[in-house]
Design a protein around this ligand. Structure first.
Ligand SMILES: Nc1ncnc2c1ncn2[C@@H]1O[C@H](COP(=O)(O)OP(=O)(O)O)[C@@H](O)[C@H]1O
Ligand SMILES: [Mg+2]
Length: 284
């Protein structure tokens, strides 16, 4: 991974984004139950789990898109459980969506400027342009600043969405399957990018990912969900050897058959039979 000189973050204090005993029910279906999760500034936490296990729902609860049926969401000591999304955004929590949401007919620069306009200093005019350009330089987007988002390939649009979120100068960045639809090269670039962003900005990053190889390389800590509950957490090694995780991804019979003394290599988990979902449930 390329090392980038750390830039001075505006806010050096340590912050914690936290979900405590969170439950979310949709008309009888419990999408999350008893979920405790925290992310601190400066760390990258990976969130994994099969399709429908509640990953996007958890990210929606942390960003105020969904309201927890019970439990608490907070940033440090500030309770956010019932806060509107824009207030949560103002507290420094930015996100991307499983299905990219960009202003398709606007240019890359305009999309990123929408984020930059919400950053701390509320820049306008030339200052806004410069702020957007600075983020675009970091994400290698300046060469296509004046292209309309809709004309660009999927992997690039994902990067624009990350740039827009980052331009708000968040304390926490929540990424919902940033590598979905990416090819292997794009996926590797993205891994490096996420690592660099965390380092330079000292953000807390929560990243949902189906690409387990990506998550294992980039995350300091991984949390595994299944059927709305946390079934395991730990580093890449612990997670890849965890029987409950293997069962959730590959089925009980597979896990039993392979439960020898030597755990298989971590990338084995990537042979999961499930394909990434592209259903978008962010808008109820
Ligand atoms: N707005 C909603 N209305 C009803 N059910 C939902 C809604 N959002 C999510 N769900 C359900 O909650 C469960 C978890 O979904 P989701 O969080 O999208 O899973 P994941 O992101 O892990 O694939 C699924 O059963 C899904 O159908
Ligand atoms: Mg999802």
């Amino acid at each position: 991974m390329t090392t980038v000189a750390p830039s001075a973050p505006a806010d050096q204090a340590l912050h914690t984004l936290e979900a405590v005993d969170v439950e979310v029910s949709f008309a009888g279906l419990r999408a999350l139950r008893g979920v405790d999760l925290h992310v601190r500034t400066g760390e990258i936490v990976g969130l994994i789990g099969p399709n429908g296990s509640g990953k996007t729902t958890l990210l929606n609860v942390l960003s105020g898109v969904y309201r927890a049926t019970s439990g608490t969401v907070r940033l440090d000591t500030t309770e956010m459980t019932k806060m509107a999304t824009h207030r949560i955004a103002q507290l420094g929590i930015a996100r991307t969506f499983q299905n990219i949401r960009l202003f398709s007919n606007m240019t890359v620069l305009q999309n990123v400027a929408v984020g930059a306009a919400l950053s701390g200093g509320r820049p306008r005019g030339a200052a806004l342009h410069d702020a957007a350009m600075a983020t675009m330089t970091e994400l290698d987007l300046t060469g296509i600043a004046y292209r309309r988002a809709v004309t660009l390939p999927y992997g690039v649009r994902r990067r624009i969405e990350i740039a827009r979120a980052l331009a708000t100068e968040p304390r926490f960045l929540l990424l919902d399957e940033p590598a979905a639809g990416a090819n292997e090269v794009e996926s590797a670039e993205l891994t490096e990018l996420i690592g660099n962003i965390a380092q330079r900005h000292r953000l807390g990053i929560l990243v949902i990912e189906h690409d387990l190889r990506l998550i294992m390389r980039v995350a300091d800590r991984i949390v595994a969900l299944n059927e709305g509950a946390i079934i395991a957490q730990g580093d890449a090694e612990a997670i890849s050897a965890n029987t409950a995780v293997r069962e959730a991804y590959l089925g009980k019979r597979w896990a039993e058959k392979h439960s020898s003394a030597t755990p298989p290599p971590t990338t084995d988990l990537d042979d999961r039979p499930t394909a990434p979902s592209d259903t978008d449930k962010e808008t109820p």
